[in-house]
Design a protein around this ligand. Structure first.
Ligand SMILES: [Zn+2]
Length: 251
């Protein structure tokens, strides 16, 4: 039976039969993988606590008929600090949710380093940066998926956007609208200038600079709202992990 080796980030697991676990993970070359860890729930299992969510590991797998079988696991980075905080864990699951929903055309070789970097950043930041982290990484995910919002010109006619205090954003056209075009559209979201600046900065900058600037709470909230709705427009369903996160933020 052929075996193969891959790096992967564990996202979740479920109990299977009496002593096994089925894990869901994301890997650089294969994208989403599901595999079985036999005996993983026995107290003396060789897997120990190594199948925890967001563990970055190297796996050796047997190619199974239905599910591949994990034979070895080596932890590269445990990200235990993310699992220790319910808030961090909830934020990490939002990005994982997006990654798992990526369709056939998205490239795991691009998404994987992005996912890993997002976890490394989340691991070291404090709570005051959580919202900005989420905005930056959601925006980058949208860009990597080919839906980067048009923020430098009108997304319908291509005209330069006038300097106004409030500017219209259209989900249908994927970006800002000039005042002429916005009159013709029925469904619009109105954004403040500072919010647009925040979206521009975070979509233009290298993701490594996601925390170079800080933004007002109002801009952060407006960015979150518009990105949530934009993702909803393209995925055609709400992210359950976002709804859970909103509940956690109230605590
Ligand atoms: Zn226009």
């Amino acid at each position: 039976m052929p075996t193969y080796k891959t790096k992967a980030i564990i996202i979740s697991y479920m109990k299977f039969k009496e002593a096994d676990k089925i894990i869901r993970a994301y890997s650089p070359h294969f994208g989403r993988i599901s595999a079985i860890a036999k005996g993983a729930r026995k107290t003396k299992s060789k897997f120990g606590a190594r199948l925890e969510p967001f563990s970055y590991c190297e796996l050796v797998l047997y190619k199974g008929r239905n599910l591949d079988i994990i034979t070895q696991i080596e932890i590269l980075e445990s990200f235990f600090n993310i699992r220790e905080s319910l808030k961090k864990l909830s934020y990490a699951y939002v990005i994982a949710d997006l990654i798992l929903r990526s369709g056939g055309e998205s490239d795991p070789d691009k998404l994987f380093p992005f996912f890993l970097f997002s976890l490394r950043e989340l691991q070291k930041i404090d709570e005051s940066f959580f919202k900005q982290w989420l905005t930056a990484f959601q925006l980058k995910y949208i860009t990597l998926s080919g839906y980067k919002p048009i923020l430098d010109k009108c997304s319908l006619c291509g005209k330069k956007i006038e300097k106004l205090t409030k500017i219209a954003f259209s989900f249908k056209h994927g970006g800002l609208l000039c005042s002429d075009c916005s009159i013709k559209e029925e469904t619009l979201t109105i954004l403040r200038n500072e919010t647009i600046e925040m979206l521009r900065d975070l979509s233009e900058e290298d993701i490594k600079n996601w925390n170079k600037n800080t933004y007002s709470d109002l801009a952060q909230r407006e960015c979150q709202k518009v990105l949530e709705d934009y993702i909803y427009y393209y995925l055609e369903s709400r992210l359950k992990t976002i709804q859970f996160l909103r509940g956690i933020e109230q605590i």
